[in-house]
Write a protein that binds this ligand. Structure first.
Ligand SMILES: [Zn+2]
Length: 125
């Protein structure tokens, strides 16, 4: 699970680029990798990254997989993203909705489900 913002995307864009093109020996991909490595990730913007790569897909807004909202702050859950991975991006509103579904006030169980999970102990046999 990880937070997705413009800053987090700028911070890991060079690593993501190299993961996407691991065996690349083409001059253009390598040149982009070197420029991304040279970025000051504490001050660079999504526009700086787009100027290097040539498009804004690497540091752009995220689309919530639950409601479809396009947001600048999201949480990515599930497997590390790759082709056909079980990965979902959620906006704040949908995370709140998920919490309300699991919260103690939404169940008639006693104790609430959250406490049951926290209270589980491994079988000592
Ligand atoms: Zn959403």
């Amino acid at each position: 699970m990880k937070l997705i913002t413009e800053r987090t995307q700028v911070r890991d864009v060079a690593a993501r680029w190299r993961a996407q093109y691991p065996g690349s020996r083409t001059d253009d991909k390598d040149a982009i990798a070197e420029k991304l490595d040279a970025l000051d990730v504490d001050t660079a913007t999504a526009e700086d990254v787009a100027a290097i790569i040539g498009n804004d897909s690497w540091c752009g807004p995220s689309t919530c997989n639950e409601c479809g909202a396009v947001v600048t702050v999201a949480v990515m859950v599930g497997e590390e993203p790759y082709y056909e991975s079980a990965t979902a991006t959620l906006c704040f509103a949908c995370v709140e909705k998920a919490l309300s579904l699991m919260g103690p006030n939404s169940y008639s169980t006693d104790p609430p489900v959250r406490q049951l999970i926290i209270g589980q102990q491994p079988d000592s046999g």
